[in-house]
Ligand binder design. Structure first.
Ligand code: TXA
Ligand code: MG
Length: 346
């Protein structure tokens, strides 16, 4: 099988693409869909056989639960229980951040198959802001379970071409909605009842909704590093791994080149002042934010640049660290996971 790519760049093309996607989803098939974060591999979340195909296509282990995407806010009550003690705080997050890159973990309702949640009593839900995704979800009228549209443990796709490379031989259709505008997977949060009058937010996966953005509505519970895997299954050490080994180089002075090896530099802004550019005669250099140093640009380009360097054919990718504030928290999290080659992850 080779996936068809359906363009959505004119009104007619979009209408046709959406119709084809909905027909496939209704028939229990999987379809790759654009979201504002990364491309997702969607299936009807209430159809267990369709969800099973998602796991098979991705080669994803069944202990790693999927995110359920809603077509509207009202659908939340069909898939999740909202505990009374946190109801007003959930409503606040939903009003503020949906549609958008925030996933909320809540007790699940029976309508959601256990396969979706990997047998856990909770379900992770979000509402995508991508107009094409929204149109597909609304026309289908059912929640869509969608993990990132990459093979398990690989780099998340932020374009239709990247999905083609990952899953093109295994799925019938990819809707091309252009490059993803956020470029990093959604922030995953769990909400607990207030302590000292403020609800407690636990960030299970860092993403485009930053701790600073959440802090206006409650307090952020600090997590011990290493605890993440237990609470957000699938968040294993080596998520997002390119095929080429990658190493986050915390200090330029830590670098000792092996003369037999070729290296690429994943630079933040390709500025010699950062101390990495002139460290070595790199075989390849790619900058996340050429010149500007803007975090949002780096985030949008992040997986694209990582994929590019993975194709460069070098022995190792050396990544510069970046400041861990704002979107830098999510990018550093991805770089750390990608630099550990001991476990696979989603
Ligand atoms: O931005 C995104 O979230 C993208 C787009 C497609 O929406 N999706 C995505 O899905 O990143 P995926 O499958 O690559 O990552 C989902 C992660 C799981 O690995 C797991 O860590 C967490 O979400 N998750 C899912 N259900 C959960 C639950 N009930 N409790 C805690 N974590 C959960
Ligand atoms: Mg993923």
């Amino acid at each position: 099988m080779t996936a068809a790519i359906a363009l959505t760049d004119t009104q007619d093309a979009a209408a046709d693409a959406i119709r084809r996607a909905v027909e496939l989803l209704q028939a229990g098939e999987v379809v790759a869909l654009p979201t504002e974060t990364v491309y997702g591999l969607g299936a009807d979340a209430l159809n267990e056989d369709a969800v099973a195909k998602v796991f098979a296509v991705k080669e994803r282990p069944e202990f790693d639960p999927l995110i359920v995407h809603l077509s509207d806010r009202e659908q939340l009550r069909e898939v999740a229980e909202i505990p009374e003690e946190i109801e007003s705080y959930i409503q606040q997050l939903v009003q503020e951040f949906w549609p958008g890159p925030l996933t909320i973990v809540l007790p699940k309702k029976a309508a959601i198959p256990d396969l979706v949640t990997a047998g856990m009593p909770t379900v992770a839900v979000r509402m995508s802001a991508h107009p094409i995704f929204t149109k597909v979800a609304r026309t289908l009228g059912r929640p869509i379970a969608a993990p990132s549209a990459n093979r398990f443990g690989r780099i998340s796709p932020t374009s239709a071409a990247a999905v083609m490379e990952e899953l093109g031989d295994r799925i019938p259709l990819i809707l091309d909605g252009g490059a993803c505008s956020d470029g990093l997977e959604s922030t995953i949060v769990r909400v607990s009842p207030p302590e000292k009058n403020k609800p407690v937010y636990e960030i299970l996966r860092a993403g485009p909704v930053t701790p600073d953005m959440l802090k206006q509505f409650g307090q952020i519970k600090k997590r011990k590093p290493g605890n993440v895997a237990k609470d957000a299954p699938g968040q294993l050490a080596s998520h997002y791994a390119p095929r080429t080994p990658i190493r986050l180089l915390e200090k330029p002075s830590d670098f000792v080149a092996d003369p037999a090896k070729s290296y690429a530099l994943l630079s933040y802004r390709e500025n010699p002042k950062d101390g990495y550019l002139d460290l070595h005669e790199w075989d390849e250099v790619a900058a996340l934010t050429p010149g500007s140093g803007k975090q949002a640009e780096a985030a949008v380009r992040f997986f694209y640049v990582l994929r590019q360097l993975d194709h460069a054919g070098v022995d190792e990718i050396i990544a510069e660290p970046m400041s861990e504030v704002g979107l830098g928290i999510a990018m550093m999290d991805r770089l750390r996971r990608a630099s550990h080659q001991d476990e696979a992850g989603s």
